[in-house]
Ligand binder design. Sequence first.
Ligand code: PMP
Length: 315
Amino acid sequence: TKCLKGGDFPKGELVHFGNVELSPSSGVLNYGQGLFEGLKAYRKQDGSVVLFRPEENALRMRMGAERMCMPEPTVEQFVEAVKLTVLANKRWVPPPGKGSLYIRPLLMGSGSVLGVAPAPEYTFLIYVSPVGNYFKEGLAPIHLIVENELHRAAPGGTGSVKAIGNYAAVLKAQSAAKAKGYSDVLYLDSVHKRYLEEVSSCNVFVVKDSIISTPAIKGTILPGITRKSIIDVARSLGFQVEERLVSVEELLDADEVFCTGTAVVVSPVGSITYLGKRVSYGDSKVGAVSQQLYTALTSLQMGLSEDKMGWTVEL
Ligand code: PMP
């Protein structure tokens, strides 16, 4: 394949939020050649602002760009662009404990292509927005339904990168689930329809007898940065953590289930519905392990505990 490599990312400019001009024949509009990232800036008690592991988002966007035949920004270019955008919007970072500034980098094929091919030109942009909790429940249990027919990713596809089209694939099942009162959808693997993959926008963990397990990264789920961080935090707290195939039977038999993601942070799961059967966890209370991991991660992100991992980046 002829993929653009490297590319030059000329210094961008800061402009007011507004519409982007695109050719009707742009690669992104016609063939979905687009990628995005999501990360957050937090305000600490002393008023300073920190980013959480932005170089991880840069690396993931580079992997995605390689898969989608797009030029890759360097880690330095990506992080610098994020920093400049957040600095220009610093006043929008909410006070500690009141939310965060969500940062959305986008990379897309903006050049014209009529036949299916990589676009000849690319656009990289970043916009930001203050956010509160992703699920209206906050740190209260969410309710998931296991999807048995529709899939978000197939082996060899783009499921392990943050391709925009992956999110188009979840809209139908997610809308149906929300209309029935569920918070979101949990996907199974498309081959056996038996092993857990992830939720529309977060990774999933199950806890049984104090052992924490999560689906291994095998090409169909997004390698979440929160997932990776929670694995390290849990191990540092003495938990045994396993990355492997996790079956839906294990999910139904778990002591505790929780989801992780930049937007959802750590969200405890209160119930799972699978093939019409509902299983509840922990009497609608937040599970002890979910609570412990949520507190450990958020205190580190907000500067309430010492950042022994070196994960926060001061602006
Ligand atoms: N899976 C999917 C499909 C997602 O969209 C996200 C959010 N980026 C995640 C998992 C969690 O990834 P992260 O912890 O990096 O936000």
